[in-house]
Design a protein around this ligand. Structure first.
Ligand SMILES: [Zn+2]
Length: 360
């Protein structure tokens, strides 16, 4: 009898969510429920000269075994939606990682977990500890990068804009200018940590691109090799899109934003600037590197709903109808379905027979 062939790694189809807050939500921590609460939080943090990623989480909400059980339930639910991997975008305490270690000691996790450390946690721990934690993370968990936070959100009118909002005589909040961001990310360069920064408004995105150019000292090739990320990258001029492409910066977009934010976009930006919001098709056409995520629990976790919204502007799946549809500039059906490479920003591998049925 022939001996069984040795086991070898295989690649299987799987959906990837590159920006979520699944661990935090699964643990039972509350997220601000209203735009007014987010606005108050952003103003308070900015007033203290800090950023939302420098505000740490409270102690664990339950005993270690209970916390691990909650995280396992969340991971199982995510795997049940078809996800093979999630990225926790901004982990603010180590107890999440301790709970994942406890789960991994008992067996494989339901899906792979990639983690970006919140800038406050990474800064407090220092390079030795974060390096040791990364080496020790276990087979199902990867500590990938550090997340910074440049501006606020569109709904609460706290994202940093180049001009005033249409419905308010103010232009949002910038938590960090370019020089501060550059100073803060420089210590992580060269040690394999990937950099990601939240930026939604055009002034916020510009500050981040300026900060990245300062940090990499204008070396575009080195910057492109490191592929730093901008999370959301929502409101963009043509110039910013061209800069992102030239610098090799990755935009991590949230297809659901373009659908659920329709009323906010027209109110906040007016008819003159609305087309600058969620310009996914222009980003893809310019060759900007793209990743996609949900920002769960801000948006639904189900990846097929996000994919449908990305390619057709809406989802017809029962229970996921939204009042609006994404504008044409936020649909990327032709671009994404023609190129398997571009599908990778949402789907690790998307079976050919399903491409024709992308309107799920
Ligand atoms: Zn987020």
């Amino acid at each position: 009898m022939q001996p069984a062939p040795p086991l070898s790694p295989v690649t299987v189809p799987g959906l990837i969510d590159s920006h979520a807050h699944l661990l935090r939500d699964s643990a039972g921590l509350a997220f601000p429920g209203t735009a007014a609460a987010v606005r108050a939080f952003h103003r308070q943090v900015a007033g203290q000269g800090s950023t939302p990623m420098d505000v740490l989480d409270p102690p664990p909400p339950a005993a270690p075994g209970e916390v691990a059980g909650r995280l396992l339930a969340g991971l199982r639910r995510a795997a049940g939606t078809g996800l093979a991997e999630i990225t926790e975008m901004g982990m603010r305490e180590w107890w999440y990682l301790d709970a994942l270690a406890r789960l991994q000691a008992a067996g494989p996790l339901p899906l792979r977990v990639r983690i970006y450390l919140a800038s406050g946690l990474a800064g407090q721990a220092g390079p030795d500890e974060i390096g040791a934690r990364r080496a020790d993370a276990g087979p199902w968990v990867a500590l990938d990068g550090i997340k910074f936070y440049a501006d606020g959100w569109l709904g609460p009118r706290t994202c940093a804009m180049c001009g005033n909002f249409d419905d308010e005589a103010q232009d949002g909040l910038l938590f960090m200018d370019a020089a501060t961001l550059a100073r803060r990310i420089t210590p992580y360069l060269g040690s394999g940590w990937r950099i990601a920064t939240h930026a939604i408004g055009d002034r916020g995105i510009e500050a981040v691109l300026d900060g990245y150019e300062l940090a990499w000292d204008g070396d575009l090739a080195a910057m492109a090799a490191a592929a730093p990320r901008i999370e959301h990258a929502s409101v963009q001029s043509g110039d910013l899109i061209a800069r992102m492409a030239a610098c090799g910066v990755t935009a991590c977009i949230q297809p659901s934003f373009a659908v659920t934010d329709v009323p906010q976009v027209s109110a906040a930006l007016g008819s003159g600037r609305s087309a600058a919001a969620y310009p996914w098709a222009a980003l893809a056409a310019a060759g900007v590197r793209l990743l996609a995520g949900t920002d769960y629990p801000i948006e639904v976790l189900e990846p097929l709903v996000g994919l449908a919204r990305l390619v057709s502007g809406r989802s017809r799946r029962q229970g996921f109808a939204a009042a609006g549809s994404a504008p044409p500039a936020s649909k990327t059906a032709r671009v994404s379905c023609r190129s398997p490479n571009q599908l990778k920003w949402w789907v690790g591998y998307f079976p050919a027979q399903d491409r024709a049925n992308a309107d799920v």
